[in-house]
Design a protein around this ligand. Structure first.
Ligand SMILES: Nc1ncnc2c1ncn2[C@@H]1O[C@H](COP(=O)(O)OP(=O)(O)OP(=O)(O)O)[C@@H](O)[C@H]1O
Ligand SMILES: O=P(O)(O)OC[C@H]1O[C@H](OP(=O)(O)OP(=O)(O)O)[C@H](O)[C@@H]1O
Length: 222
């Protein structure tokens, strides 16, 4: 790659959606480092000959890197995008990392009024309950959210549900689905203008693979 301007920096999320992202990118013919692993202690992996630099990020930080332009593009769950409210373009629904965001609680209290909700997603939860005309106190937790109703911290939780196993094993049930969640390809606004050709090309390649699978949902918000 001769033109330095056209290098693309990609923020890759470590954790749950890393391998699905790698699989999707490989299927789309996007060049990736040979032994690309989320457990790598090396966080910046250049692939200069192909015009890419990848870095490994905590999923919740991906929109921050992209908004500030230190990454041109990134992959992130819609849950994180909704919560972080970063100023980025959302280019494509990748149909990976499928789960849903729900209100859940103990079965014997379903339908009862409640005043406290624990969640990793305080902004999203507050917005949701405000929209429902419900006044609740939202308590931010960083994980093991299902604990909250079991130990009396809150009567409800707002959390991600995938298989439903965590809720079940803790004797909780879904009360309402707030929204379904998938991972998204996002771009920095300036990068999208300055590197339009490269980003569009990558988008086209990835979209072709996503469209080939059944759960394709089309591009969004730019
Ligand atoms: N149980 C799940 N099943 C499927 N997808 C999930 C599940 N939990 C979260 N996700 C999706 O995968 C994304 C990444 O989740 P992951 O657990 O790797 O990151 P995280 O929430 O930042 O985790 P942690 O805070 O534990 O580091 C989430 O933003 C969400 O979109
Ligand atoms: O429906 P399931 O398939 O059981 O998945 C749902 C669980 O997965 C996520 O937690 P995670 O494993 O990220 O742990 P956390 O408690 O640290 O958030 C989410 O917050 C739920 O607790």
């Amino acid at each position: 790659m001769s033109d330095k301007q056209q290098m693309l920096t990609v923020a890759m999320p470590k954790g749950r959606i890393f391998s699905e992202t790698v699989e999707l990118f490989r299927s789309a013919g996007i060049p990736l480092p040979a032994d690309f692993s989320e457990s790598s202690r090396k966080l910046i992996i250049p692939l200069e000959e192909a015009g890419f630099t990848f870095f490994l990020a905590k999923p919740t930080d991906v929109p921050t890197y992209v908004e500030y332009g230190v990454a041109d593009i990134g992959i992130v769950g819609k849950d994180v995008l909704m919560e972080e409210e970063r100023n980025v373009y959302e280019l494509l629904d990748l149909s990976i990392g499928q789960c849903r965001m729900c209100v859940a609680g103990p079965p014997h209290t379903l339908g009862d009024p409640f005043s406290r909700v624990a969640t990793k997603y305080p902004r999203t939860a507050s917005r949701y309950f405000r929209g429902q005309g419900q006044q609740v106190e939202v308590i931010k937790l960083n994980g093991s959210v299902e604990l909250a109703p079991l130990i009396g911290l809150a009567e409800r939780i707002v959390d991600i549900v995938s298989t439903g196993r965590t809720l079940k094993e803790n004797g909780l049930v879904e009360e309402e689905t707030i929204t379904t969640i998938t991972s998204r390809l996002i771009a920095n606004r300036a990068s999208y203008r300055m590197k339009a050709e490269r980003i569009d090309q990558l988008c086209r390649q990835v979209r072709e693979v996503v469209e080939g699978s059944e759960q394709y949902d089309t591009a969004v918000d730019k």
